[in-house]
Ligand binder design. Structure first.
Ligand SMILES: [Zn+2]
Length: 407
């Protein structure tokens, strides 16, 4: 088995790994880069011009699947049902259009074959819903690709199961290290985030705005649970209602627009996107849970309103009577939190608080993971700190993007 990390050996984002045997060529993840760099070794054309027998997508974050827009629509692309649903939703609402792929749904611990490769998906705890790691076997070698994962989300039990009962005889572990050495987070787990939401809502000071990704289902669930416990109303938008609706076929435990304490605020752009995609009927359905600004104002001190930092937010603020002292629970990666937005909040008297926990494993959890899998080679991926791996882990082999390793 031959391994090439085309991109991701020394950066977070743009992951793309190739595995090759005599007869089969496989890609794992095919993502858009998150950082600009002088990565001259990444040659998209060279990668897609040769025959590809299959592509495995670990999860529905753009830095793992965003390049699918460039591939031949006949190539089978393997992913979880949750990832497929979220990629389908994204194409209606997001600028990256991925609508013509040959998606094949695969299941947790259900092995399947692509040419010479036997692949077993392992469901993992990550901020992307329904994320997989992969065990890949061929020519007598066993490789484990961690994908992105953590041990402190709502599915932490998956981490425990994996380290308690790890796949044996791993020749090569490709392990992410996004959060390596950065364990200074104030909120250590998803349940601590939920707890802080409850505290804020119980203060009943004013409306609380939640800045979070609608695709971070763990966070949406935390927000919803907090609203139930603090007797508050969770106001979502049409885009979020649609995502939750789509995921209902994956899990019956995902909150839905018509559940207790959930209401839907209509935004014109979202409504238009649904109509354009042929979902006009859904607008009538969601209308049953609709909430308008009058009702929001009347109940503002018991409302948690999901929103984002975009052109709509100042308009929403304008619609709130007496917005001074309103809270913002900023609950996404702080790289998005600009100085400009902080200034805007200050000028409006909004009380901004950073309440977030990472989608990625802590150094301690990565150590537990690596120790459980005991690979012959541990190869850093999806990290800016590849050169620090030997300090924390054994048997580290650092690759360069484009370098070939024969297992
Ligand atoms: Zn991710």
């Amino acid at each position: 088995m031959r391994l090439i990390i085309h991109r991701g050996a020394r950066e977070i984002g743009g992951s793309c790994v190739e595995l090759k045997t005599k007869n089969t060529r496989l890609l794992i993840d095919f993502g858009l880069p998150l950082v600009e760099n002088d990565n001259k070794s990444f040659d998209l054309k060279a990668i897609i011009d040769k025959r590809i027998d299959g592509i495995l997508i670990s999860h529905s974050h753009l830095d793992h699947y965003g390049l699918l827009q460039y591939i031949d629509s006949n190539i089978p692309v393997y992913m979880s049902q949750g990832a497929k649903s979220l990629i389908d939703v994204s194409k209606l609402f997001l600028p990256v259009k991925i609508d013509n792929i040959n998606a094949q749904v695969i299941g947790n611990k259900q092995p399947f074959q692509i040419g010479d490769f036997k692949i077993t998906p392992y469901l993992v705890d990550h901020s992307a819903f329904d994320a997989f790691a992969f065990l890949i076997e061929a020519e007598g070698k066993r490789l484990f690709y961690s994908g992105d994962f953590r041990a402190h989300g709502r599915k932490a039990v998956l981490f425990k199961q994996l380290v308690d009962n790890p796949p044996k005889d791993i020749d090569c572990l490709l392990m992410e290290g996004s959060a390596l050495g950065r364990d200074d987070a104030q909120y250590k787990t998803e349940s601590e985030v939920e707890k802080r939401f409850i505290e804020i809502l119980k203060e009943r000071a004013n409306i609380t705005f939640l800045f979070a990704s609608s695709q971070n289902i763990d966070r949406i669930v935390s927000a919803y649970r907090a609203c139930l416990k603090a007797d508050s109303i969770f106001v979502i938008d049409i885009y979020t209602a649609f995502i939750l609706d789509k995921l209902s076929k994956v899990s019956k435990r995902i909150p839905q627009f018509n559940w207790k304490n959930i209401r839907v605020k209509f935004l014109k752009s979202h409504a238009n996107a649904l109509v354009k995609a042929g979902y006009r009927d859904l607008l009538f359905t969601y209308n049953k849970s609709k909430i308008d600004m009058i009702e929001i104002n009347r109940n503002k001190n018991k409302i948690l309103m999901l929103t984002r930092d975009n052109s709509v937010f100042p308009l929403i603020i304008k619609g709130i009577k007496g917005v001074t002292g309103a809270r913002i629970a900023y609950s996404m990666w702080d790289g998005y939190l600009t100085e400009e937005f902080r200034k805007f909040c200050k000028s409006k008297g909004l009380n901004l608080e950073y309440i977030h926990t990472s989608g990625h494993a802590t150094t301690e959890d990565l150590k537990t993971f690596a120790a459980a899998l005991k690979p012959k080679h541990l190869i850093p991926i999806h990290t800016f700190d590849a050169e620090k791996y030997p300090k924390w882990f054994e048997n580290v082999k650092i690759l360069r993007d484009g370098e070939e390793l024969v297992l």
